[in-house]
Design a protein around this ligand. Structure first.
Ligand code: SAH
Ligand code: SF4
Ligand code: F3S
Length: 436
């Protein structure tokens, strides 16, 4: 029996798929190369914006062809769209045999059994079930041998007025320290060097179990063999001095953080209910620079939030020019059903969103070429993750892709590399020495 999983959305969703692959392996399924040879197809969906929703419908149209060749093949939909729409989605997509969400991935074995017996296996729960921690008993199946995601936190208790995540992922739940550590230890035993802690709101870890995210950082760093630590997504509101101090004190924590700002205008930030002002955000960036020397930043921006004026948008441009983010993910505001921003007055026409997006990307492109130049001639620590087109590929501690000539034996090694030429999205390097 073979399975095929198509994943949309954020790193948490990717990690969920890695976990489901582990569950399916334990049931004797193997991974298929393409959907046509699969006996079970799962679409792990995202519903953060309207576009990914539509992709799911078109994919289902394509995948249903499989039933002509293999009538016993099962098609499942899971993830955030399934959680948001539930039975409404079942009605819209009668082809689907199995439906569940991130709340109950651990129930996948029973759901498959049910579907194989000819029943529709639909299990969309209102709240996460009591036994959701059973999920951690299954190992993940990863493509990357050296860098691994570890989900430490589920859900989100913030209520940004544009966002569906609190509805699709539920209340904030921190995974226990013991459970996280036991996964980290087994990953290191498998050869993993970089641990990437994940949560929709990872810096809020611990708040519901009387602990603090900084404790998690210190504890993970004590596991023998952990060479690098990253974490995503940090929220500016929770990014306090204790976390910054820990980042500075722990050598394994990399010099990079993704800290979504969303907008540069205080009026818009307030309407978004982000819980910080532009000044507070900039102050945190400054403090992070002091605590963690050489740190780089990436961010998310929403353009065209309801009532956003040209002046508001100019403030976003000003902010990105001040911070100089190494990476910027920008999105046109997409009104999501059942969120406050959906029905706010002053929706911005799509054409204006497009214009602002183009302008934002143009300004960012110029910033990127400026930043890239600063890399030339510098020495970087690169963890070699893969071998592509005859070249070694890895990431710097500042989260830049780097490529270089070298033997395949360097896979999984950390090297000191000199940057010969810097392109906006890639650093061409040469190996100077092998560090570990
Ligand atoms: N927890 C993270 C973000 C998770 S969603 C945080 O608080 O920053 C990832 C990104 O999608 C967000 O940062 C935001 O920029 C974007 N996004 C979320 N909802 C959106 C919407 N309705 N329209 C457009 N972009 C959206
Ligand atoms: Fe969504 Fe805001 Fe929570 Fe991020 S912090 S997941 S944007 S509600
Ligand atoms: Fe999308 Fe759900 Fe992640 S809506 S961004 S897959 S939490």
């Amino acid at each position: 029996m073979k399975f095929y999983i198509k994943t949309f959305g954020c790193q948490m969703n990717f990690n969920d798929s890695e976990r489901m692959k582990g569950i399916l392996n334990s049931l004797g399924y193997e991974q298929a190369q393409n959907y046509e040879e699969a006996d079970l197809i799962l679409i792990n969906t995202c519903t953060i914006r309207e576009k990914p929703d539509q992709k799911v419908y078109s994919l289902l149209g394509e995948y249903k062809k499989i039933k002509e060749k293999n009538p016993k093949a099962l098609i499942g939909v899971c993830g955030c769209l399934a959680q948001r729409m539930g039975w409404e989605l079942v009605k819209k997509t009668p082809i689907v045999d199995i439906m569940f969400s991130s709340y109950n991935m651990h129930q996948l074995p029973e759901l498959i059994q049910q579907a194989q017996a000819g029943y529709k296996a639909i299990a969309i729960l209102e709240n996460p079930p009591e036994d959701e921690d059973k999920l951690w008993e299954y190992p993940t199946v990863r493509d990357n041998q050296y860098c691994a995601y570890v989900t430490v936190m589920k859900g989100c208790d913030k209520n940004c007025t544009y966002c569906v995540v609190p509805k699709t992922r539920g209340r904030q739940r921190s995974r226990s320290l013991e459970s996280i550590l036991s996964e980290v230890r087994s990953l290191v035993y498998d050869g993993v060097k970089e641990i990437h802690l994940l949560g929709q709101n990872v810096t809020a870890w611990g708040q519901d179990i009387g602990m603090h995210f900084s404790e998690l950082l210190y504890t993970v760093a004590e596991v023998d063999g952990v060479e690098r630590i990253r974490f995503t997504t940090g929220h500016p509101r929770d990014m306090d001095e204790k976390i910054m101090k820990a980042m500075g004190e722990i050598p394994q924590v990399c010099e990079h953080i993704h800290l979504p700002v969303q907008a540069g205008s205080n009026r818009i930030l307030k309407l978004m209910d982000r819980g910080y002002t532009k000044e507070e955000y900039l102050e945190k960036i400054q403090m992070l620079r002091e605590f963690k020397k050489g740190i780089t930043f990436s961010t998310d921006i929403i353009v065209g939030f309801p009532t956003e004026t040209e002046e508001d948008f100019e403030e976003t441009l000003e902010l990105i020019s001040t911070v100089k983010f190494e990476q910027l993910f920008s999105f046109k505001f997409s009104p999501r059903p059942d969120t406050p921003a959906y029905s706010m007055e002053g929706q911005v026409p799509d054409q204006v969103k497009t214009q602002r997006m183009d302008k934002l990307l143009k300004v960012q492109k110029a910033i990127l070429s400026e930043i890239a130049k600063e890399y030339e001639g510098t020495y970087q620590e690169v963890l070699i993750e893969s071998w592509e087109d005859g070249k070694l590929v890895g990431r710097t501690r500042t989260n830049r892709w780097a490529t270089m000539e070298g033997p395949q034996e360097l896979l999984g090694k950390t090297v000191k590399a000199r940057v010969i030429k810097a392109h906006p999205y890639n650093l061409e390097c040469e190996v100077v020495s092998v560090l570990s």
